[in-house]
Write a protein that binds this ligand. Sequence first.
Ligand code: R5P
Length: 286
Amino acid sequence: MLIFGGTRSMGLAWACAKTLNHEVGKSEIKTFPDGEKYVKISSKVVGRECAVIQSITSNDDLVELILMLDALRDLGAHQVHAVTPYLAYMRQDKRFTEGEALSAKTVLRLLHELSDSLTTINCHFLNDPGEAVYHHVNFMNLDATPLLARYIREKIEKPVIIAPDKGSLAYAKKAAQVLDCEFNHLSKKRISGEEVAMKPKELDVKGLDVIILDDIISTGSTIVEATKVIRGWHPRSINVGCVHGLFLKGVDAFQGMVDRLVATDTLENPASKVSVAGLIAADLKR
Ligand code: R5P
């Protein structure tokens, strides 16, 4: 298999290719002065199985991926697998008010149309890992939370996993099974895109090493509010693990607030200490 990386996930493409002992595909990706994307596939792909790994955090990332997928097909690739470790636009999987566009449906259908298989990691609107079907799109949803939990477990003594909201509870439960520890959740109320509040709740985590697991840290409000509440319960330490670290306010915003902050490399940032390369490689082998 030839593994191509988009600009957002070049490191992951190399790591997956190394794990699988496959070749990295050569491509040229540029942005024209007016903002248009240019993609050229330089490797010979006729009759070959290819994969493109590209996280999507912006419209540019998405355009780059669809140009790569379509070019590979045009150039005669036998099969084209799309891997989007982080896939944006998954927040709008439902019409919350009349007239809204279902961005999750549009983006998933577009990628499905241009590829033979589609894989993502901790898709925002799904609570369970495995094969998923949404608006006639079949795709694979991998779970990286056990990787985060295992990494943090090696550095602490008395783990207890807390999900910051009910939406992350299923993943927290699975990670707790892996670590053989207790788990629980907070109840979050979203006030706006930037503001959240935690509903009153009391958990007994005194003297324990709390691991807060979440799929995404975006503005950081969820983790800030969760940390404030949990600190009041006198845990031994607060450790935060998130799969997709968007960190819109930077990782420094958490300094002094939490004892440990760990993210995966679905998005590369100073906190990405856990690699999902093995997870993706195992899926590509399937
Ligand atoms: C919410 O449903 C998600 O699981 C995350 O908690 C949320 O996306 C984090 O966003 P922020 O960092 O902006 O609070």
